[in-house]
Design a protein around this ligand. Structure first.
Ligand SMILES: NC(=O)c1ccc[n+]([C@@H]2O[C@H](COP(=O)([O-])OP(=O)(O)OC[C@H]3O[C@@H](n4cnc5c(N)ncnc54)[C@H](OP(=O)(O)O)[C@@H]3O)[C@@H](O)[C@H]2O)c1
Length: 199
């Protein structure tokens, strides 16, 4: 679809925009036709945002820090919804303040990313390739529920667009053991010497 063919879906705010998941959510929202106000904590390098499809027309960056709640006012102004990714909000707070609130609890997030750093959860799942034995130990990956980055982004948008959505949702795809992960990585990357059992 060409940029001119996009169906305008209104403006939303995403907090913690520089993060692993939030930056992917921003990409998905822009691709779906939303205008996005993204908050970042400081005026750091955020070139990767401006390179996202639709960003030059529909993405605005705001500086805001949760330590200064008022700093979010400008970013939220005029938005039909807020994806508050930077920090979890307790349901009790939303109820007390009359917010139309839906909570999504993701399991371990894996998959593509647009942020300029290797996210911790992706690093752990790729540790058998990278050779970081401490990360693929039983501690993290003995039996772990996984969700794909883009499935999680789509789940956020789906619930945002569902008026009947209410309360708390868990977003998960599969539960995988370290042996299964090794098997999957070996099949996908046969060129790497991947252990077949947890050591
Ligand atoms: N990754 C996973 O597998 C996973 C699994 C379950 C739940 N979660 C939850 O999902 C959310 C996003 O995860 P993620 O992996 O994308 O995290 P992340 O990459 O660490 O991103 C967190 C974002 O929140 C921002 N932030 C932190 N403190 C802030 C503050 N005081 N004011 C404003 N912004 C602040 C960070 O800004 P800076 O860049 O300035 O630090 C960053 O942009 C987190 O709440 C995390 O606990 C993640």
């Amino acid at each position: 679809m060409e940029e001119g063919d996009k169906i305008e879906k209104g403006r939303v705010c995403v907090t913690g925009g520089t993060g692993f998941f939030a930056s992917w959510l921003i990409k998905r929202l822009l691709e779906d036709g939303f205008s996005v106000n993204a908050t970042i904590r400081s005026n750091e390098e955020h070139k990767y945002f401006t390179e996202l499809s639709g960003a030059s027309e529909r993405l605005t960056i705001f500086e805001a820090d949760l330590d200064k709640p008022d700093s979010f006012d400008a970013a939220i102004q005029g938005c039909t919804g807020v994806f508050h990714v930077a920090y979890p909000i307790a349901i009790e707070y939303a109820e007390k303040h009359g917010l139309d609130f839906v909570s999504i609890i993701p399991t371990w997030i894996h998959g593509p990313f647009v942020c300029p750093f290797l996210p911790g959860s992706v690093s752990a799942s790729m540790a058998m390739i990278i050779g970081h034995q401490d990360e693929y130990s039983f501690k993290y990956l003995w039996r772990t529920p996984f969700v794909h980055t883009d499935d999680l982004a789509r789940a956020h948008i789906f619930l945002f667009e569902s008026p009947e959505a209410k309360g708390r949702y868990i977003c998960n795809a599969v539960e995988i053991t370290i042996d299964k992960l090794a098997e999957c990585l070996s099949a996908t990357y046969p060129e790497y010497p991947i252990p077949t059992t947890a050591e």
